[in-house]
Design a protein around this ligand. Structure first.
Ligand SMILES: Cc1ncc(COP(=O)(O)O)c(C=O)c1O
Length: 451
């Protein structure tokens, strides 16, 4: 490894960071992480912190998951790569497909299409949804509906269904035929409604209205995260996703659950869809499928959708999508080991218990710090604090103040993530009660320093 001076000096000179202004990265050098153990990370200066971010919502099993590391090493030795494009396959991907069909059986999902990550999974799911309708003879169903505040990666189709201007404006024009409805976000919404159940009904009514406006026969799919993540951890009321399912069914629209964050236990259930008692038609997964150790993803497909493709005799069911790294044997081997560990450790149960502890602790912080306008969570290990300059007007906090909270929290022992006005928490699912306390005391110190 190069020495600290070299790393600090060169980082932003040659590296452009995702979701950052290159000039800002030069002016405010990032923390350079050089080690990870358990749920802790160490930076180039030797400062160790609890990772409240869990890598990027993906290192669910922490940094020392030996079975996944060993599986990767063994697969690299035996067969480091072979494609699964038409005519070839590999043993690891076949075994993984079998395991995933069992894991997702309760969600009604039985087939897997493998990808290289979350944005790829979203892209594939959206494409398969259009193709499903074309194979069935409803070629006019090409549009997509989604939620404002939703995050679906940054490919152009994914960005088109995204619900945040930050990921859209500079890349417009985006894809035509993508329409958005208000998110069930009680803190800020166009209905000025703070009751979650009533807001869910209003958003569902907006969905009905948009479908009537567009014409149901023009819409391929509705895509949503069961709990909105990157948009600021927005858990909808329990009636929302079942309501969406019912509306989609009534109008022949496919429901795509984007579970890139929520699949594999983060909500306290094995999937976010299961958390709400819903079976989607397609599900996007990635991230925790390999514990973040290998770029990999899978789109899970329901029997209903699979039957249309597999029963097609016209040739239209041939899939014209795929990536060189779809079904990569090293990724598949990592995922097999990861799935076994995920189930063996029953991480969803710890996510539920530690998530409740974290959420309660954040609510207590709100009583002490006026900068906290809203606390969101209560569904496993995904929480957010929305910072405001003034609680009465809900004016967003100054960026410099948020940065100060972040810095002081880090110095006090917890890595957290600032995203717009939000502090987002998505720690590994294996963290202990003491780790949660460290995150909370770190944040308390962060707010004291900035307040
Ligand atoms: C819900 C959701 N979908 C898609 C993506 C994109 O995944 P990736 O960054 O692996 O492309 C993300 C990433 O955070 C996500 O949270």
């Amino acid at each position: 490894m190069k020495d600290a001076n070299f790393l600090k000096e060169n980082n932003a000179r040659q590296v452009w960071h995702p979701m950052a202004h290159p000039a800002d990265s030069l002016a405010n050098p990032p923390d350079i992480i050089v080690g990870g153990e358990g749920v802790e990370i160490t930076d180039v200066d030797g400062h160790r912190t609890v990772d409240g971010v869990g890598g990027l919502w993906n290192v669910n099993l922490g940094y020392s998951c030996a079975p996944v590391k060993e599986a990767i090493a063994a697969q690299l030795d035996r067969l480091p790569y072979y494609s699964i494009f038409r005519g070839t396959s590999n043993d690891a991907v076949i075994e993984l497909g079998y395991m995933l069909a069992e894991f997702f059986a309760a969600d009604g999902l039985s087939r897997a299409f493998f990808t290289s990550g979350g944005s790829d999974s979203v892209e594939i799911a959206l494409r398969l949804a259009r193709q499903y309708h074309k194979v069935r003879g409803e070629a006019g169903r090409v549009k997509y509906l989604s939620l404002k505040k939703g995050y679906h990666g940054t490919h152009t189709l994914g960005a088109s269904v995204n619900g945040n201007a930050n990921f859209r404006t500079m890349y417009e024009p985006l894809m035509a035929g993508c329409h958005h409805i208000p998110a069930p976000y009680t803190y800020r919404n166009p209905f000025d409604e703070t009751d979650p159940a009533r807001l869910a009904q209003l958003c569902l009514a907006a969905l009905e209205d948009e479908i009537a406006f567009q014409g149901a026969g023009t819409i391929a799919a509705f895509i949503m995260e069961p709990v909105l993540g990157a948009g600021g951890v927005i858990p909808p009321h329990e009636s929302f996703m079942p309501g969406v399912r019912e509306i989609c069914d009534r109008h022949g629209i496919l429901l795509i659950a984007d579970e890139v964050i929520t699949a594999f236990g983060r909500t306290g259930d094995w999937t976010g869809s299961r958390h709400w008692g819903v079976q989607p038609d397609l599900m996007c997964t990635a991230k925790a499928i390999t514990n973040g150790y290998f770029p990999f993803g899978a789109v899970m497909v329901s029997d209903k959708v699979a039957e249309v493709f597999e029963g097609d005799t016209s040739g239209k069911g041939a899939i014209g999508s795929g990536y060189t790294y779809s079904g990569h044997p090293v990724g598949a081997a990592a995922a097999i080991a990861c799935l076994k560990e995920t189930e063996r450790l029953a991480v969803k149960d710890n996510a539920a218990a530690r998530g409740a502890q974290l959420h309660a602790g954040l609510l207590a912080l709100k009583d002490r710090h006026d900068l906290i306008g809203d606390v969101r969570g209560g569904h496993g290990l995904m929480c957010a604090l929305e910072l405001v300059a003034d609680r009465a007007t809900k004016a967003p906090v100054d960026k410099a103040v948020a940065a100060k909270v972040h810095r002081a929290t880090y110095e006090a022992g917890a890595m957290v993530r600032i995203s717009g006005p939000n502090i987002i928490l998505s720690p590994p699912l294996i963290l202990t009660e003491a780790h949660v306390d460290t995150i909370l005391t770190g944040l308390d110190a962060g707010f004291r320093a900035a307040g």
